[in-house]
Design a protein around this ligand. Structure first.
Ligand code: PMP
Ligand code: GLU
Length: 397
């Protein structure tokens, strides 16, 4: 019998992808399921990006690409970092990958040895912990609750650092909480990292443009820790290009070279056509995203106001991304018919079977009191879904 590796067996299936798979299966079986489980914009890729892809194909950009990405793409990313984030990354400090997920995996594989500790503030995005586990690093979870808008403080960070700490991974705007770190909050974390120059920080900024509080702040802007920070970004969210698979890093030359080496053995350069199309996205004025951002903001307001109308549901105000992460722990211990709610997972199963709404349990994001709602759906769909959720919750006694 085939024995799968211990490494594989220790790994969890991605809860976000699992929930979206289950809802796809239920839909295929004719069920009227509304899936708010996947973090995926419901907009289509802008036409000018698709045109650039067609042009690339017609010009025969169909062959293997340089592992780190075409030069002209990396130059356009370098300019984007300067224009949007005030960050200076030369072309050779940039590595383009098959999605930001691969970018993160490359950096973790490049830096983390077995037994190294990786600080991951919770709530966190599902894949961080699993990627660290695959390389036999030790995730060190630092909890931030709803009372601090799900953000960790400098004191919490410093208390978690040990001689074995190699890395920290976090996202701002955050998936799953929508929390956005301010300049001052990042500065206070930067002041801690400055004291520990061997710690690498992955700042996952993939939701940078989906931010309702003004200017996005990057951790790498603080000169004393610039070399320690790896800035992650990609085209999936802002440009509605989840299926095209392109993410990238800005990093020290040493880490960029390491990621280039790893990627050369695993996947090579990402899709040639996607790369050429992404140049158009990088060069576009981010102001073209304003309509999408305001659509997300009004959806957020709609979902928040409906949630705030449900007794027992507690929310923060998510300032970015497209998720709400309500605390639903007041329902633990309640039941309806043969559904007994002991935890967030039970509540998700209940809402899927009773309300036909697919959400993701907070356990997957390191907070067992919460559930994640992705509001990347039309206002009509969101209203229908939230009404169903409200009715189902009201039945729990
Ligand atoms: N980081 C975060 C926080 C995300 O939500 C996602 C969503 N998929 C990713 C990284 C990976 O994005 P992708 O691989 O599609 O570029
Ligand atoms: N990042 C998205 C999410 O959190 C897409 C799914 C995934 O890549 O895990 O839902």
């Amino acid at each position: 019998m085939i024995q799968l590796s211990d490494r594989l067996q220790a790994m969890e299936e991605s809860a976000t992808l699992a929930m979206s798979r289950i809802s796809r299966e239920l839909k295929a079986a004719g069920k009227d399921v509304i899936s708010l489980s996947l973090g995926e914009p419901d907009f289509f890729t802008p036409q000018f990006i698709k045109d650039a892809a067609l042009e690339a194909m017609n010009n025969n950009f169909t062959m293997y690409t340089p592992v780190a990405g075409y030069d002209d793409l990396r130059e356009s990313i370098s300019e984007k970092f300067k224009r949007d984030n005030g960050l200076t990354y030369s072309k050779d400090q940039i590595v383009v990958s098959t999605g930001a997920k691969q970018s993160i995996a490359n950096v973790v594989m490049s830096c983390v040895n077995p037994g190294d500790e990786v600080i991951i503030p919770a709530p966190y995005w599902v894949s961080y912990v699993e990627i660290v586990k695959v390389v036999e690093g030790t995730p060190v979870i630092v909890h931030a609750g709803i009372e601090t808008d799900f953000k960790i403080t400098a004191a919490q960070l410093e208390a978690a650092i040990t001689p074995k700490t190699k890395m920290m991974i976090f996202s701002t705007p955050c998936n799953p909480t929508g929390s956005v770190y301010s300049y001052e909050e990042l500065k206070s974390l930067a002041d801690v990292f400055e004291k520990y120059p061997n710690i690498v920080v992955i700042a996952d900024e993939i939701y940078e443009h989906i931010n309702f509080v003004g200017k996005h702040e990057s951790l790498a802007q603080f000169p004393k820790i610039y070399d320690q920070v790896v800035t992650i970004n990609g085209v999936s969210k802002a440009w509605a290009m989840t299926g095209w698979r392109l993410g990238y890093i800005g990093a020290s030359k040493e880490i960029a070279d390491a990621c280039n080496k790893i990627q050369g053995q695993f996947t090579s350069g990402t899709c040639s056509i996607t790369q050429k199309a992404s140049i158009a996205a990088m060069k576009a004025d981010p102001a073209v995203l304003n309509d999408m951002i305001s659509a997300f903001k009004s959806r957020r307001d709609l979902v928040l106001s409906m949630l705030n109308d449900m007794p027992g549901v507690i929310t923060n105000i998510p300032d970015g991304a497209f998720y709400v992460f309500p605390d639903i722990s007041s329902f633990f211990g309640k039941s309806y018919l043969d559904h007994k709610i002991e935890n967030a997972n039970d509540l998700c199963v209940y809402l899927l079977s009773e309300a036909m709404v697919a959400l993701v349990t907070g356990d997957a994001f390191g907070d067992p009191n919460c559930i994640r709602i992705s509001y990347a759906a039309s206002e009509e769909t969101l209203t229908k879904a939230m009404t169903r959720v409200k009715d189902a919750l009201a039945k729990l006694k």
